[in-house]
Design a binder for this molecule. Structure first.
Ligand code: ASP
Ligand code: MG
Length: 407
């Protein structure tokens, strides 16, 4: 039996915690079990390294290769310490960088994608009786340069390794008990889900739920690896992310309420209502790699045949989006470009809502009852999202959650 166990930054934040993890893993180890561990950098190390780089230059990401040389050191600290902890406890173990573990990526530094994994070394070390500890969040390009996989990328390392090793299980140990029906810090009645599908988890992540890096869920789906998200600090079963439900869990049409406060709204007012205008705006944004989420085009003035284009972007992309849109707006002779940052998005997610319009109505009703105005609505096959004022996001999450998950 081969298992992959990933521990996140808060689980390995101190030497004591690292030792505690080694003890736990050995306590629970089955006689015939081969174990591969994937770990994150200790605590907030990655953020601290980024701050350090900002001491050299305000925008260190423009030196992307060097950023990756820097950021990959975080995980390398953890793998070495964890290997020492096992050895001290009498268990042979070895630490491997992403490259040593055979994780090959493209050369898009700081946002790398795994192209291929040849885990020959991992197998050899396992066969010699060692626990193998792999640095998360990293691989190497064809020239051997270290490449990181985007923030939260250790999840992806773990799931991809589990796939390449044809592991029997992939456990993601974290500081929460699993995937909840809403952020438990906000929604009082939030419950831990026993299971959730890859598609629902991806949609939850896209709409703001931060438990797992979305790419890791895609990897799980690609390789058909069930991902067990559970707590480092308890023995409890967490949430299993898989293709389909296997349990007769009380079936909720809605699997979760997600929210995202890191959004901004951009309105391009008074552009001509003629072919090619939307294309011009959104092609320019796409060229600048800015993802656009909710889009609304409205007729503003029929006599003058002008319209408004309203859409949302991630806060992190706002400056870039604004620069692009200002330029296009001038070319299009738009009346004005308005930016609103005090907006937030609340969403419901569930495969069960396909072809069930009553579900959206219930969401709007719950928001209306709480006196919350909806600015923009957008839908996908398995979600409905509403843009609202950011000051009302907590009330909105609770109102919508109570509607679909009554106490
Ligand atoms: N240490 C990296 C980060 O903070 C990767 C990870 O923890 O998954 O984003
Ligand atoms: Mg994480």
């Amino acid at each position: 039996m081969l298992t992959v166990k990933k521990f996140g930054g808060s689980s390995v934040a101190t030497a004591e915690k690292i030792t505690a993890i080694a003890e736990r893993v050995l306590r629970e180890k089955q006689a015939d079990e081969q174990i591969v561990m994937v770990v994150s950098a200790m605590g907030d190390t990655t953020d601290e390294l980024i701050e350090l780089a900002k001491g050299i230059d305000q925008d260190p990401y423009r030196f992307a290769r060097e950023m990756d040389m820097l950021l990959t050191t975080g995980e390398q600290v953890t793998i070495a310490l964890l290997a020492m902890a096992f050895k001290k406890l009498g268990q042979d173990a070895i630490s491997l960088t992403g490259r040593m573990a055979g994780i090959a990526t493209d050369d898009v530094y700081t946002k790398g994608r795994i192209l291929d994994i040849t885990p020959r070394r991992v197998h050899e070390e396992l066969d010699s009786g060692k626990i193998v500890i792999v640095a998360g969040f990293q691989g190497a390009d064809a020239a051997g340069n270290p490449v990181t996989l985007g923030r939260g990328g250790s999840d992806t390392s773990a799931v991809a390794l589990a796939g390449a090793l044809k592991a029997d299980s992939c456990e993601i140990f974290t500081d929460v008990e699993g995937v909840f029906s809403a952020d438990p810090r906000i929604a009082k009645g939030a419950r831990k889900m026993q299971e959730i599908t890859y598609n629902e988890m991806l949609e939850m992540a896209r709409l703001g739920a931060g438990v797992m890096q979305p790419r890791s869920v895609e990897m799980g789906q690609l390789y058909g690896i069930p991902i067990h998200v559970r707590s480092t600090f308890s023995q409890n079963r967490g949430t299993v992310i898989r293709e389909d439900y296997t349990m007769e869990e009380k079936s909720f049409v809605i699997r979760g309420v997600a929210h995202d406060e890191k959004v901004a709204k951009i309105a391009v007012l008074g552009v001509q209502n003629t072919p090619g205008v939307a294309h011009k705006i959104f092609a320019a944004l796409a060229d600048a790699n800015v993802d656009v989420d909710m889009i609304v085009q409205s007729i503003r003035n029929i006599e003058k045949n002008v319209t408004d284009m309203v859409f949302t972007v991630a806060i992190g992309d706002l400056n870039q989006a604004k620069a692009v849109v200002d330029k296009v707006a001038e070319e299009l002779d738009a009346v004005a470009v308005l930016i609103e940052e005090d907006v937030a998005k609340v969403s419901i997610v569930g495969a069960g809502m396909l072809g069930n319009p009553g579900i959206a109505a219930r969401m709007f009703g719950a928001l209306a009852k709480a006196g919350i105005n909806i600015d923009i609505i957008s839908t996908s096959e398995i979600s409905v999202s509403c843009l609202i004022k950011s000051s009302e996001i907590k009330d909105a999450v609770n109102a919508v959650h109570n509607e679909f998950f009554p106490a």
